[in-house]
Write a protein that binds this ligand. Structure first.
Ligand code: SF4
Ligand code: SF4
Ligand SMILES: [Zn+2]
Length: 358
């Protein structure tokens, strides 16, 4: 247990969490927030998952997905339990929806100790370029992310968030001091956030998060998981792509349209057909003008390839999470025409043999 940051004890004796826009209130001893991992103990708010993990793995950075950040490198990936969302389609529901019960500090599922120092040591041992805070929602264990990332930074290791982006501005700005890159879900319109994820104002908050991240120099990629019947309309694809284009231009924020598979409380919904992802990609690239748009969770050669926006030749070919061809020079310029491609960091082909799961 560790005292949380970003909360206040109000004059009426109620504790209020200020980490995410839910602003949960804790009136009684042992009350737990909606994310299931922050509890009132006495007159303090504590994080119950600081330094505890439900599992870690060495993943390719492409799996986050981050296609434009140290391509081919290994990311030491850490998850815990809990989430401030209740997504009906969550692929990791067994950890994200595992919450502590009121007054009970026993974890809902077994957790291992992984203090920040140990996480950084392991990342170094496995030759990881970055640590990724992922699997469940990392913003709800922001205290641990911050401390680990600060240590990692000293060792020259990058820090990556894979997040739903539902966070308040102040903690986000604090975190941005130690974070290098993020993949942020832009899940749907406000109705989608309300009905599928169980939160208010999700679309606006997440867009604000992406803007704040970019203003702070973070490399950001956006993921839209497309669910048939929920967020698979052309207007939605176009609105997301257009918002990215208008805010950041055609190059700065790569966009991933990924496929849904029936899961958790959405087992009655069919998987996303490849045609929907290809349509979304086409709209975002051809109609809106974004340069880097990908398909994910399906095998599709063109949808996994980075094309040079000038000469239009393939410059990074991928198969799944592996890079099979890399046609950029060491300054990340197209080898055919010299155009600079928006890639942060260098290609790390040597790491690929290390990926494994615990
Ligand atoms: S981080 Fe958790 S406790 Fe804090 S406001 Fe969000 S859901 Fe509530
Ligand atoms: S935000 Fe992500 S981890 Fe949380 S419930 Fe939704 S899909 Fe799962
Ligand atoms: Zn080129």
């Amino acid at each position: 247990m560790k005292e949380a940051k970003w909360w206040e004890l109000r004059t009426d004796g109620v504790i209020q969490c200020k980490l995410c826009p839910r602003h949960c209130v804790f009136k009684e001893e042992g009350d737990v927030g909606a994310c299931g991992v922050r509890m009132r103990i006495g007159d303090k708010l504590v994080s119950l998952i600081y330094g505890k993990t439900s599992g870690w793995a060495v993943d390719p950075i492409e799996k986050k997905p981050l296609f434009h950040f140290y391509p081919g490198s290994a990311a030491f990936s850490i998850g815990t339990v809990g989430c401030n969302f209740f997504c009906l389609h969550c692929q990791n529901w067994f950890i994200s929806q595992a919450r502590f019960k009121k007054g009970n500090t026993t974890p809902p599922i077994p957790l291992d100790e992984l203090p920040p120092k140990r996480a950084v040591e392991l990342a170094k041992t496995y030759n990881c370029t970055s640590i990724a805070y992922t699997y469940n929602e990392p913003l709800i264990f922001a205290e641990y992310v911050y401390d680990t990332a600060k240590l990692a930074e000293k060792e020259g290791i990058k820090n990556v968030l894979v997040t739903n982006g539902y966070v308040e501005e102040e903690p986000l700005r604090d975190l941005m001091k130690v974070i290098d890159a993020a993949n942020v879900d832009l899940k749907g319109d406000e109705r989608f956030y309300r009905e599928v994820c169980g939160v208010r104002d999700g679309f606006e908050v997440v867009k604000r998060t992406i803007k704040t991240m970019k203003e702070n120099g973070i490399h950001v990629e956006v993921t839209c998981l497309i669910i048939p019947g929920y967020n698979d309309k052309d207007e939605f694809f176009e609105s997301v792509a257009k918002w990215i284009y208008d805010e950041f231009g055609p190059d700065a924020v790569p966009l991933h349209f990924t496929a849904f598979y029936p899961n958790y409380r959405m087992t009655n919904v069919p998987p996303t057909p490849a045609s929907a992802l290809l349509r979304a990609r086409k709209i975002a690239m051809k109609r809106v003008g974004l340069h880097y748009v990908y398909t994910g969770n399906i095998l599709h050669t063109e949808g996994e390839t980075t094309f040079c926006p000038s000469c239009e030749r393939p410059v990074i070919r991928r198969r799944g999470f592996s890079i099979v061809e890399y046609k950029l020079d060491e300054n990340n310029r197209c080898k055919y025409c010299g155009t600079r491609i928006n890639i942060v960091g260098k290609y790390k082909p040597e790491s690929s043999w290390l990926f494994f799961y615990l």
